[in-house]
Design a protein around this ligand. Structure first.
Ligand SMILES: C[S@@+](CC[C@H](N)C(=O)[O-])C[C@H]1O[C@@H](n2cnc3c(N)ncnc32)[C@H](O)[C@@H]1O
Length: 272
């Protein structure tokens, strides 16, 4: 099973418009005007969490993330100190540390990295204030060519065993998985999926923009292992060539379909 991958805020910040869209689409379904406490689990390098602070200007906002590099970039971006940034592995983070019940908990593009995340929902939803909101988004693209070709390139590499273990990521659910799970935790749930058709690099400046995309996310566990120049090239050259075939350049740019799974749950008031 995977360990926590390293993160590079600069690389992740590329394609920021494409990466911020699912967060905005998720939060749009959280229908509360004046929450007291808002928490972002897996807050990354900060821009998404700061949109929460702008959306709910009166709220106390907390961002939790395991990566010191991402948190450092977030603190840098948050010049007014609007958000409380907390370093913690989500598997160990205790909602009681907040000192009050959150009204909104958001987690976007993060739980695919967290083994056993379904079991964690119990504590997170349990900690919500009555009527509070829990909103999650995870990628649902693990059978897409970008990931299938990554696993194939790993199989052919001399360090295949280590790479296979690193790419053995936690399984993400289908919309129905989260709908059932969160309903059983006492929530009204809206779950859905969206496939975005990203148009990468319309200017034609980059040979392989899909590679640049995954280098900042799904490929991190591989890059953490293959630190030597030659062993890295032995992986990246065939993988990049196969990616170019799977995602050819069109007159509009490189079309990159990306499926994502969403669930937004509102906790029903507890009965006395
Ligand atoms: C793809 S980024 C998503 C950032 C942001 N939520 C967004 O939507 O742009 C994933 C983040 O999850 C964090 N992360 C991954 N595994 C984690 C864990 N077990 N505990 C806490 N944070 C984790 C990473 O450090 C990274 O910042």
């Amino acid at each position: 099973m995977s360990v926590i991958a390293s993160w590079d805020p600069t690389a992740y910040g590329r394609f920021s418009a494409e990466r911020s869209r699912p967060f905005a689409d998720l939060v749009a379904q959280v229908r509360t005007d004046d929450p007291g406490l808002v928490v972002d689990l897996g807050s990354g390098h900060g821009p998404a969490t700061l949109t929460l602070a702008r959306l709910w200007p009166q709220a106390r906002v907390v961002g939790v993330d395991a990566s010191e590099a991402m948190l450092e970039a977030a603190r840098e971006l948050d010049r007014d100190g609007r958000v409380e940034w907390v370093q913690s592995d989500l598997r160990e983070w205790d909602p009681a540390s907040l000192g009050q019940a959150p009204d909104v908990v958001v987690t976007s593009s993060t739980l695919q990295w967290v083994p056993g995340h379904l079991d964690l929902l119990d504590a997170w939803v349990g900690a919500l204030a009555d009527g509070g909101w829990f909103a999650l988004q995870v990628p649902g693209n693990f059978d897409a060519p970008s990931h299938r070709l990554m696993r194939e390139a790993a199989e052919h590499h001399e360090r295949a065993g280590e790479l296979a273990a690193a790419l053995d990521l936690p399984v993400v659910g289908e919309p129905a998985t989260y709908l059932r799970y969160l309903s059983r935790l006492g929530c009204e749930v809206d779950a859905w999926e969206t496939t975005y058709l990203h148009v990468l690099d319309p200017e034609g400046k980059d040979d392989n923009p899909v590679l640049a995309w995954v280098e900042a996310t799904g490929l991190r566990p591989v890059l953490d292992i293959l630190t030597g120049e030659q062993e890295r090239a032995a992986f990246l050259e065939p993988y990049a060539a196969h990616l170019s075939q799977a995602y050819p350049r069109s007159p509009e740019g490189v079309l990159f379909p990306f499926r994502r799974v969403f669930a937004v749950a509102q906790k029903k008031p507890s009965t006395p």
